[in-house]
Ligand binder design. Sequence first.
Ligand SMILES: Cc1cc2nc3c(=O)[nH]c(=O)nc-3n(C[C@H](O)[C@H](O)[C@H](O)COP(=O)(O)O)c2cc1C
Length: 229
Amino acid sequence: MTSPAQKSPSVLILYFSFSSQTKNLLHSLAEGIAQENVTVEWERIKPLQHLRFPIGSVMKTFWMMLETFFRKRYPIEPLDEKCFSGYDLIILAGPTWSYNPSGPVLALLDRDGERLFAGRRVLPLISCRGYWRMHWWGLRRILRKYKALVDDLIVFSHPSREPWRTLGVFLKLAGKVPERMWFSRYYRKYGHTNAQILEAERFGIMIGKALVEGTDLGQLNFKSKKALV
Ligand SMILES: Cc1cc2nc3c(=O)[nH]c(=O)nc-3n(C[C@H](O)[C@H](O)[C@H](O)COP(=O)(O)O)c2cc1C
């Protein structure tokens, strides 16, 4: 328990979000954390070149998927110095891109990974359409190389069924409106649902409580049917 004289625990949310799905989850997660009187700081990972969503054409979308499959880095702006102070937890959040962490997150890991994460407790949060395992294994390996303390992760997948989910995401990225196409009865919405946003808040409360009570974050269970469909 934190006594009034003690400093309240603090969390840094360090994130990249291309089509706002990660960001939406994080707002709710942060609300949950803050409800437990934990200080939450934010830092957005900003690519040097503006990334336009939607990408705008089928060809450009294919190309981006191919480049990101080969783990293309997207250079980013310098981080605010506050990111390097002693947080009790860093939540490193972003989407899966072609089975990998996104290009801006890969650039962050290359440039700042050691300074940011050595000896720090890190909880990755992944937003994806459904294929996140390779992303997680790769990210965990890199974070552990930098001596980060990583026990677990939070994953949210898009709840639509396959093959509509993959088709819907691809078309959305390319600039179409899959929710209004011939398969719309199987594809109601791009991205995460309101129930998932609420679930993120519940996870936030769990994290906040664990930090305030000083219990092991590794014991928390984020594998719920709502989050990972
Ligand atoms: C270039 C690209 C590649 C993607 N590859 C994958 C993938 O391999 N697996 C997956 O589950 N989702 C993949 N997605 C979908 C995103 O992970 C998903 O839409 C996520 O919710 C987006 O989060 P954001 O809006 O925060 O960027 C890809 C998206 C993009 C833009």
